[in-house]
Design a protein around this ligand. Structure first.
Ligand code: FE
Length: 221
């Protein structure tokens, strides 16, 4: 499905995450085949079983499944192609509690992945997505140590879901992992059909803002 979104050998993206499928060079025949197979682009990958430790033995976030990989989740209806490149999604006078998430993108054997793409999108403080523009949407790349930092606001709730942030992650030339991040202590977590405790941010509150560390483990090919 979204494996077509890859960088070529020269390190250039052959298709940015979320660009319309036709823009990825995926032919109409292939698209028709996808539809005929009963799958929609961005359909849910099977959830992976969960364990507490990552492949690297880290116990920081319980972020990985038994396979060592971060569990995949549905893309949902609000992803938008071609988000701006930025590490902070916060804009002037934007309401909401500030949230800084830091972490690494790791390979299944626990090695940091430099140059990995992360594309985040989320609802605003009132639970609304900016579907006309790119508010609270942005992509970035991990540094030489595989690290990323996202500065944003705590997303608001909207009907039918618990609190969450969407993200796509892609190692250079690797497949796209689509998943979501959750918040601890949310009343709706237990009633949300796709909530996964392996994807809960370990939120620390201090001085009216929140921080969390979360590592993603992704396949490289
Ligand atoms: Fe959502």
């Amino acid at each position: 499905m979204t494996d077509a979104v890859k960088r070529n050998g020269a390190g250039r993206w052959t298709g940015r995450i979320g660009r319309p499928l036709v823009g990825l060079g995926l032919g109409l025949a292939a698209l028709a085949a996808v539809v005929a197979a009963g799958a929609t682009p961005g359909a849910v990958a099977p959830a992976l079983p969960v364990q507490i430790q990552s492949a690297a033995g880290s116990v920081t976030t319980a972020a990985t499944a038994a396979s060592g990989l971060t569990p995949a989740q549905t893309e949902g209806p609000y992803f938008k192609a071609s988000s701006p490149e930025r590490t902070s999604l916060v804009e002037a006078d934007m309401p909401g509690e500030r949230l800084v998430i830091t972490g690494r993108v790791l390979s299944p054997d626990g090695q940091p992945v430099a140059g990995a793409l992360l594309d985040f999108w989320q609802a605003d403080d009132s639970g609304a997505y900016d579907n006309g523009g790119y508010g609270l949407r942005g992509h970035q790349y991990t540094d030489a140590n595989g690290q990323y930092t996202l500065t944003t606001v705590v997303p608001g709730l909207y009907p039918g879901r618990t609190r969450h942030i969407h993200v796509k992650i892609q190692a250079p030339n690797g497949p796209v992992l689509t998943t979501q991040l959750y918040f601890p202590g949310e009343a709706r977590n237990s009633r949300d059909g796709i909530f996964d405790p392996a994807l809960v941010l370990p939120i620390q509150e201090a001085g009216g803002s929140a921080t969390a560390t979360f590592d993603f483990v992704v396949n490289l090919a």
